[in-house]
Design a protein around this ligand. Structure first.
Ligand code: SAM
Length: 225
């Protein structure tokens, strides 16, 4: 539970829930509740605070962006969290998606390749009293083997194909949500583990910055530069 939300931007947050997320088809009450309570502006530069509850991918620097609220809501709803799960998030970015997950699951491991993003997000988690988040720095395309297996893995950067090591770090019945595609456009996939088999369902089109790493893009895809 968030320690210090304050009333700043309360009306804008509620408007985001009522006029953006609900009409978009987000029905999961827990997702809507935490998104109505979580101060997204605190995860962004102060110059972006006024627009923090608009549906756009806010710049983080270094060519990276925070996922837009509708994408965060869709990915969170797809994860179907009940509260007792161990989650791995690949791509901490601003830390906003992590903060949402942390209020809906038991523990969240979040891994980011850019050290300064991880440090900044960790600071915000501390300010908000989100103490069930473990921040890791490194190539998340290989997962986080020493903390596996996971009930849910959320990949918040676009991969050229399903990263197999990540899928193997799912528990039996575990779910991975991962954007897969070429360059700047991907399809959001839901991968579910059943023994050694994995079923894959297409959810919807999306556009994420690239997953750069051993099981992602080796260099930035050309469509992206
Ligand atoms: N969940 C984030 C948020 O709400 O702000 C989204 C962040 S952004 C769309 C994707 C992030 O993935 C970027 O911060 C990028 O640096 C990171 N990233 C890209 N490849 C990565 C990798 N192999 N391992 C860890 N992080 C990676």
């Amino acid at each position: 539970m968030i320690a210090r939300t304050g009333n700043r931007f309360l009306a804008k947050r509620q408007k985001m829930v009522d006029e953006l997320l609900v009409p978009l088809g987000i029905k999961d009450k827990r997702t809507l509740k935490v998104m109505g309570q979580t101060p997204r502006h605190m995860f962004l530069d102060s110059a972006l605070h006024d627009r923090a509850y608009e549906d756009y991918a806010a710049p983080l620097g270094d060519g990276q962006t925070a996922s837009k609220p509708s994408t965060v809501a869709l990915m969170t709803q797809t994860a179907e969290l009940k509260g007792n799960e161990t989650v791995l998030e690949v791509g901490t970015g601003s830390g906003y998606q992590t903060a949402i997950l942390s209020q809906l699951a038991e523990r969240v491991y979040t891994i980011e390749r850019i050290n300064s993003f991880s440090n900044r997000a960790r600071k915000t988690f501390n300010e908000l009293g989100l103490n069930n988040v473990v921040c890791l720095v490194g190539d998340g395309s290989t997962g986080a083997k020493s903390y596996a297996p996971f009930d849910v893995i959320l990949v918040t950067a676009g991969a050229p194909q399903i990263p197999v090591p990540l899928a193997k770090q799912l528990k039996e019945g575990g779910r991975m949500i991962v954007p897969v595609g070429n360059g700047a456009e991907q399809e959001l996939l839901l991968v579910v583990r059943a023994g050694d088999r994995f079923t894959v369902k297409k959810k919807e089109g999306c556009s994420f910055v690239p997953l750069i790493g051993k099981h992602g893009w080796k260099t930035k895809p050309s469509k992206y530069s």
